[in-house]
Design a protein around this ligand. Structure first.
Ligand code: NI
Length: 230
């Protein structure tokens, strides 16, 4: 599943991130320190220190934004979210070459393991402020180059090979994180999402009380009951 979710952050939240992450004293460190295995040789960026107060504060803002987003919930059916991290590309630390994200990661904040079913990038820099820095995702259909407005999010399968192309002007700051879904299988999750979107349109067209809408909602929930692990 590839899904672009618009305006996950409000304009005020985008401004808050801008003020905090672009501040001279923001605790940025070498991103390669957090890369494992193959990724360490490919990764040349900076990352906000995870243990910092600023990181904890901004993670809270991202998580609250995800919690109120119905489209994110429907598409990801999140069981666990690996604490959002923040990275910066620019100057000499400006790319992250082709890699696949680790399958399981330990979240210190929540003291649990998270399986990465879906990867997410939440863009925080307006696209006109930098050149390069596309998120390039390879799948069976070829390459997708993604560069979104500040506050928008892309959701994509963690199983894909992907990279961030070199930033040649300005700085690109974003948040990234992984989702373990209640529904592990990609096909089942996609079917549920398609059905939920159709149900939304049916409710708008025929109202909540239409018998077939109620029955189909029941089928959606029964499929979710069959496939979900919580
Ligand atoms: Ni990655």
């Amino acid at each position: 599943m590839f899904l672009h979710i618009k305006e996950v952050l409000t304009a005020e939240e985008v401004a808050l991130f801008r003020q905090q992450l672009w501040a001279a004293d923001a605790p940025w460190i070498d991103g390669a320190r957090s890369a494992g295995g193959q990724a360490v040789h490919q990764k040349n960026n900076r990352q906000l220190a995870q243990g910092s107060e600023l990181s904890a504060q901004l993670q809270g803002v991202v998580k609250a934004a995800l919690n109120r987003n119905a489209l994110f919930f429907s598409a990801a059916l999140p069981r666990r979210i690996y604490n959002p991290l923040f990275n910066q590309y620019g100057d000499d630390s400006n790319f992250y070459g082709n890699h696949v994200d680790s399958a399981v990661m330990h979240s210190k904040a929540d003291n649990c393991w998270v399986r990465s079913d879906l990867s997410c990038t939440l863009f925080l820099t307006p696209p006109e402020d930098y050149d390069g820095g596309e998120l390039v995702i390879c799948d069976a259909m070829g390459e997708k180059c993604i560069k979104l407005p500040a506050g928008d999010l892309i959701l994509y399968p963690s199983s894909t090979v992907h990279q961030v192309s070199p930033v040649t002007r300005g700085h690109r700051i974003s948040s990234f994180f992984w989702v373990e879904s209640m529904v592990r299988g990609l096909e089942q999750r996609q079917l549920l999402f398609d059905m939920d979107m159709s149900l939304l349109r049916l409710r708008q067209a025929h109202g909540e009380k239409e018998a077939s809408v109620i029955a189909l909602s029941g089928t959606y929930h029964n499929l979710l009951r069959m496939w979900a692990d919580v």
